[in-house]
Design a protein around this ligand. Structure first.
Ligand code: SAM
Length: 366
């Protein structure tokens, strides 16, 4: 007897998972990549809704659960919630077995509010003002962003630096292990555009007796003050509010100057100016750290860096993609040497480069 076969057979080569260049002469390429981009908008908002409703935190509190108890716990309608949970399963953020939903490790780590590397608050702020995305074609046509974040930097950066602190502290702490800050007591650090100061905090917590000057715009630098106070570091930190292109910086006074995720909004000329300031601020054999999401030199092998460049173009006055060649060029032109690129956590790259020894600096004795 013939058995039922109610589902259409899928051609394996026509699934969304198919990757690679199609054969033009043999069969048409799949439309999956276009659908993937279209659904990207919906996917983003599904994740925002799940975080806003407390789906991940709720499952963390209840433990593995059917949708009914979760709906009661969150005070939402069960059928729509089940759709949302199934969408989260499709992203790999929840597992579902026999109608029981539970968190995947990804969700535990990144999507619960108290996850060890929580990005829950970052999801809403990371794309920048959403209206800029709807106007992207205009931005590209005219070269002008309608509502750049520089129009009200404090309103944008306050929530952003709050949301990125756990990730950047992790990146900075791991970099410190690589650079041996714990074996270098008494470091003097200048953190420019510090946000909540994850980079300065990582140095202060690793290097005994180290001290820091922490800079950011008035209205944001106070957030760094809170972090530093919460972590018992206040006595070792001086705050220097103001524009990092204009504040006073003592020459030759620092062992480490940090430019943490600031260059990608600054553009070529202003980033070069910041690096010249960093060079002047450093002692001989001091180190500059440039943390950012760099794109590869061909602008096609690191989609994350390329897309982050587009996010900057869409939302900032001067920002855009930063390639590795561009940044190493800035470093060399400013006089730095021994540049190396470290990836302390995924996608978060850091250039570390040094000022020459005293004898080899312009005006040095040799
Ligand atoms: C993307 S956040 C990076 C924060 C922190 N350095 C980190 O790596 O997590 C950029 C920071 O630069 C600050 N910033 C932007 N323009 C600035 C300026 N002209 N002077 C001082 N700070 C500035 C912003 O307020 C914001 O805190």
């Amino acid at each position: 007897m013939a058995t039922d076969a109610p589902y259409p057979e899928l051609k394996k080569t026509h699934t969304m998972a198919r990757r690679g260049r199609p054969w033009r002469d043999h069969k048409p390429p799949p439309s999956g990549p276009v659908w993937g981009v279209i659904q990207g908008v919906g996917s983003y908002w599904m994740l925002v809704a799940a975080i806003d409703l407390g789906v991940f935190d709720g499952i963390e509190q209840l433990g593995p659960t059917e949708v009914g108890p979760l709906a009661d716990h969150l005070g939402v309608s069960p059928v729509p919630l089940q759709h949302l949970c199934d969408a989260m399963v499709s992203f790999g953020f929840l597992d579902q077995v026999d109608e029981i939903y539970e968190l995947t490790e990804t969700a535990e780590r990144y999507l619960c509010t108290n996850g060890p590397a929580s990005m829950a608050a970052l999801v809403r702020v990371a794309p920048g003002p959403l209206a800029n995305w709807e106007r992207l074609a205009d931005t590209i046509r005219t070269g002008t962003v309608a509502a750049p974040i520089e129009d009200d930097p404090v309103a944008f950066y306050g929530p952003l630096v709050q949301a990125t602190f756990p990730t950047q502290l992790r990146a900075a702490s791991r970099l410190g292990l690589r650079l041996g800050w714990s074996r270098r007591p008494g470091l003097r650090v200048l953190d420019l555009g510090a946000g909540r100061a994850p980079w300065a905090v990582a140095v202060l917590e690793a290097s005994p007796g180290s001290t820091a000057v922490v800079n950011d715009l008035p209205g944001v630098v106070e957030l760094a003050g809170q972090t530093v106070a919460e972590r018992g570091l206040a006595e070792r930190v001086e705050f220097r509010p103001g524009d990092f292109h204009e504040i006073e910086i003592e020459p030759g006074a620092y062992d480490v100057v940090v430019l943490g995720h600031v260059c990608r909004t600054e553009g070529d000329a202003r980033s070069r100016a910041l690096l010249r300031r960093a060079f002047e601020a450093l002692r001989p054999e001091g180190q500059v750290l440039i943390a950012d999401y760099f794109a590869d030199n061909d602008r096609k092998f690191n989609p994350f860096g390329v897309q982050m460049g587009m996010t900057m173009l869409a939302n900032t006055e001067r920002g855009g993609m930063l390639t590795n060649a561009q940044v190493t060029g800035w470093l060399r032109d400013a006089g730095f040497e021994a540049a190396r690129l470290i990836e302390p956590i995924g996608f978060n790259f850091v250039y570390v480069a040094a000022t020459p020894p005293a004898a080899h600096r312009p005006g040095g004795s040799a």
